[in-house]
Write a protein that binds this ligand. Structure first.
Ligand code: SF4
Length: 434
């Protein structure tokens, strides 16, 4: 997955990456221009101006949460002890490649954004966290950090950390735990603090694409950023399209463009049956979603979400019930093993959806048991992992109701044994969380 196209307009985040190689620091500066960070004297007014530009931009976090970047960074822009600024490139969602593609091709845009945020929040240093099984992205960032060190341009010490590659290891509290020398396990947080502790400091954690967006806003202003989107949505965004398409990959698209135009970039199958939006903890929607605007508001209106920028296309060649069974089993194996409802509930759901996919269960018993386990896991974990699985299953049972009924009646479609279109890597052997 390395291709990158753009719908109606010029590239921004992926500017200059058409030839498929990493932009050097010199090439990056030629394309984007120099980044002006303030000297000590003008720091206060620069911070106020940047927060205003971020608000005008409408930028929201691209890691899945979708929270306002201006509000988040504004809450972090004052404090007694200097925090660590953390760039999150963990991308534990196997169907997502956007942050990795950005890291491989335009690492300096991410680092620029990290320096802007670090300046804004008075950070002590910058840590770039990349899953250790992503050597291309690690090498790209390492080269980029060395280039900047050679030019002595960065006011911050930048280090690279490589936590284990688990689905939940990129969750903010799990990442902060690991950076603090503990296991990469999420923590239950009733009230989410602005900063998570790492040693004696707090950590301000931002997703890689969000950092790159901040770098664009800092250079070009909030109004320029916003007008890259459509239907009132702000800016461009990166999406990973896969499944029943001719040309899967990462695409830069205007946020708010119709889903039909975005999916068309990847050459979708002519026998579409639905989409999985957001990732494996996302939402299935039917073909009628093609007319929806691809934005948080546009997708919310049809019960979907942007999530990690994932769009998986399903067509008549695959059995949606079998695909849901595969995802559920994979997600059950990615539980961090510390909350009962998640540890016991997800494998039970995986067993039941597999029984449904094989058309083996009795209708009333099976559906009642699935509903019981969905209730038991939803909102009952320290992190949102089981909530995502419950959301994904519920949406599938709704969108593919006819297929589910056929399975319950012992009449699965001919595609129930077909090869999966999902990218589901082997789950890590054992519990590798250190
Ligand atoms: S909900 Fe599941 S994945 Fe999340 S912390 Fe608990 S056991 Fe781990």
């Amino acid at each position: 997955m390395t291709n990158a196209a753009l719908l109606n307009g010029s590239k921004r985040l992926l500017l200059g990456t058409e030839n498929g190689r990493t932009l050097s620091y010199g090439e990056h500066l030629d394309l984007h221009g120099p980044l002006q960070l303030p000297h000590h004297k003008g720091l206060g007014s620069w911070r106020a101006q940047l927060l205003q530009e971020l608000e005008t931009s409408g930028l929201t976090g691209k890691g899945g949460g979708g929270f306002s970047t201006a509000i988040k960074l504004g809450a972090n822009s004052h404090g007694l002890r200097k925090p660590v600024m953390v760039v999150n490139i963990m991308e534990g969602e196997p169907a997502a490649r956007k942050d990795s593609v950005l890291a491989c091709f335009s690492p300096h845009l991410i680092l620029d954004g990290a320096e802007v945020i670090a300046t804004l929040v008075h950070a002590h240093s910058i840590t770039v966290a990349i899953a250790r099984d992503n050597p291309a992205a690690v090498a790209s960032l390492e080269r980029a950090v060395l280039e900047r060190r050679g030019r002595r341009t960065s006011p911050f010490t930048i280090s690279i950390a490589t936590p284990p590659n688990r689905y939940v290891a990129g969750e903010e509290s799990a990442l902060a735990h690991w950076l603090d020398g503990q296991l990469a396990l999420p923590t239950f947080r009733l009230h989410k603090p602005a900063k998570l502790p790492v040693g004696t400091r707090g950590a301000v954690i931002d997703n890689a694409e969000t950092c790159a967006d901040v770098a664009l806003v800092a250079r070009r202003g909030g109004a320029w950023f916003h007008q890259g989107g459509r239907n009132g949505a702000p800016g461009t965004t990166l999406v990973t399209i896969s499944g029943a398409v001719e040309d899967d990959g990462v695409f830069e698209v205007p946020l708010g463009a119709p889903l039909s135009e975005i999916v068309a970039l990847a050459g979708p199958s002519t026998t579409l049956t639905g989409f999985l939006l957001g990732g494996y903890g996302g939402t299935f929607v039917g073909p009628e979603a093609l007319s929806a605007a691809y934005s948080p508001a546009g997708l919310k209106a049809i019960g979907g979400n942007v999530g990690a920028g994932v769009i998986i296309v399903l067509d008549q060649s695959v059995c949606p019930v079998a695909e849901v069974a595969r995802i559920t089993r994979w997600m059950a194996n990615e539980s961090a093993g510390q909350c009962g409802p998640c540890v016991f509930g997800l494998p039970a759901l995986a067993d039941e959806i597999e029984t449904l996919a094989k058309s083996k269960g009795r209708r009333s018993d099976l559906m009642a048991s699935i509903e019981h386990h969905l209730e038991a896991v939803d909102g009952r974990g320290a992190c949102a992992h089981p909530d995502g699985v419950a959301r994904m299953i519920r949406s599938a049972l709704n969108v593919f109701r006819h297929d589910v009924d056929q399975h319950l009646a012992g009449r699965p479609c001919g595609a129930h044994g077909a090869q999966s279109v999902m990218n589901l890597p082997p789950n890590a052997e054992g519990l590798e969380w250190k």
